[in-house]
Design a protein. Structure first.
Length: 308
């Protein structure tokens, strides 16, 4: 190899190893590649050509400018927002069919003077009638405040305590104010997502649940916590937590007492970890749960739930 060849090779290696100089706007761009006219980097071209010497791997290639990626994301969001009314119109009646108490409850119909058992034991703690009466007033008052300031809230208590009634009353009051919301049990939500797999609308339905202004998710934990269910619930609530969208959740037990995965279904450690992350995410957003530990109004007699 001649000295000239050695020099040329050394210069090429140096150029390949050196940081690429600032890219220049592309003179010719792919179809539909218009960027932001105000962008100082591409000056509206949307694409950049790296200023590198001949022989460099990036020589002659086009790279999208950051402004083009931002424009594409905005367009995708606009398209998603445009689909929302049609998706909501389809989703709402599907969830309403399973609402039960959620669809008809009001604050006025919530009985603060309801018959109470002499005591009720829930999660290892016993509540006498005075404690139960105080819990009714606290929950009723807190849920009325929620209507004025929707956020993240977790309402816990045994079956028949009135959690679903209060959640439904919140939904009724918010709808009267014109607030967009969806209210359903966790079972109904998962069933609706699974049914959407038949016509490939499951992702659109999930996005609608993630994006609605207020989501009321009743009876979390009653559903079969399969790996698929854990994944969908995590995707739903994680996104809502990240975007700060108001979410009201009710459950019969503290979430950390619930089994993470249905017995006998494959899934390994990952679903259990995802459920643990979901519980942590809910706790982080909701803070201290609101406890409605009162006797079952449907049974009107003493009963006990003790998971310890």
């Amino acid at each position: 190899m001649s000295d000239r060849q050695r020099l040329d090779r050394a210069l090429l290696h140096r150029s390949l190893a050196a940081p690429a100089p600032p890219s220049e706007p592309a003179a010719r761009t792919p179809t539909g590649g218009a960027g932001d006219p105000a962008c100082r980097t591409c000056r509206g071209a949307g694409w950049l050509v790296a200023a590198v010497p001949v022989g460099h791997p990036a020589f002659g290639t086009l790279q999208p400018c950051a402004c083009l990626e931002q424009i594409r994301r905005r367009q995708q969001q606009v398209q998603a927002d445009a689909r929302q009314p049609a998706i909501m119109a389809d989703l709402q009646p599907r969830l309403d069919a399973d609402q039960g108490t959620l669809g008809v409850a009001t604050f006025a119909a919530f009985r603060l003077d309801r018959p109470l058992a002499s005591s009720v034991t829930w999660c290892g703690q016993t509540f006498d009638q005075a404690a139960q009466q105080a819990a009714l007033w606290r929950a009723w008052t807190a849920m009325q405040r929620y209507v004025d300031e929707p956020g993240w809230s977790l309402l816990l208590g045994p079956p028949g305590s009135g959690k679903s009634h209060l959640a439904g009353a919140v939904a009724h009051a918010l709808r009267a104010r014109g607030v967009p919301l969806l209210a359903a049990t966790s079972e109904a939500v998962l069933r609706c997502l699974r049914q959407g797999m038949a016509d490939r609308s499951s992702d659109d339905r999930l996005e609608a649940l993630q994006a609605v202004a207020v989501l009321i998710l009743d009876d979390l934990g009653v559903e079969h916590r399969t790996p698929w269910a854990c994944e969908k619930l995590y995707a739903l609530l994680h996104t809502r937590a990240e975007t700060g969208r108001a979410t009201l959740i009710t459950a019969n037990l503290p979430l950390d007492l619930l089994t993470p995965v249905t017995t006998g279904e494959a899934g390994g450690v990952e679903p259990a970890m995802r459920w643990a992350r979901l519980v942590s995410r809910i706790a982080g957003r909701c803070g201290l749960p609101l406890i409605l530990a009162v006797s079952d109004i449907r049974r009107q007699q003493e009963w006990s739930i003790d998971q310890r």
